[in-house]
Design a binder for this molecule. Structure first.
Ligand SMILES: [Zn+2]
Ligand SMILES: [Zn+2]
Length: 163
């Protein structure tokens, strides 16, 4: 896919900076979620994650550990500081990673392309015009999203066949 070749990898790290990782392809989609769970787990107004095939997320330093989060999410954390770097959702499988954008070294490169659960959005937040927003979830209409997600689910989370 040309977009993946053109994508300049973006690095990320945990709070203690022992665990470092790199996204080696353009994420499938980046979204902000304003649901109560994301507000609680981020301790803030919303969570922002980039969805990407797990084989494009490369750990380049440190060690990670997995722990069980809310709704059976598998949280991949720095083994030193326990900071969550990315999450696997049971419905998407281990082949899809939801990377916390706040962990990236250049988070401004991946602004939300959709806003979900705006029904519980904090009233002081004004959403940018032109970015799809949904009361709960919805299809933001970005080309290729469904195909990339379905490809990973179909392959059971393993690397898709080359070519
Ligand atoms: Zn750490
Ligand atoms: Zn949420």
């Amino acid at each position: 896919m040309p977009t993946e070749i053109a994508f300049l990898p973006v690095t990320g790290r945990c709070r203690c900076e022992n665990a470092r990782f790199r996204l080696e392809a353009e994420p499938i989609i980046t979204h902000a979620c304003h649901c109560r769970l994301c507000q609680r787990s981020s301790g803030s107004a919303f969570g922002t994650v980039s969805m990407i095939e797990s084989h494009f997320v490369r750990l380049i330093a440190g060690k990670t550990q997995a722990s069980q989060g809310a709704k059976s999410h598998k949280q991949i954390q720095c083994a030193e500081c326990g900071c969550t770097l990315w999450v696997h959702r049971p419905d998407l499988g281990d082949g899809i990673a939801l990377v916390r954008v706040g962990m990236l070294d250049e988070p401004e490169r991946l602004p939300p392309e959709a806003h979900y659960y705006v029904r519980s959005k904090h009233p002081w937040i004004t959403l940018p015009p032109g970015v799809p927003a949904f009361a709960d979830i919805g299809d933001p209409g970005k080309p290729g999203v469904r195909e990339r997600i379905m490809a990973m689910i179909a392959h059971g989370g393993s690397l898709p066949a080359a070519g």
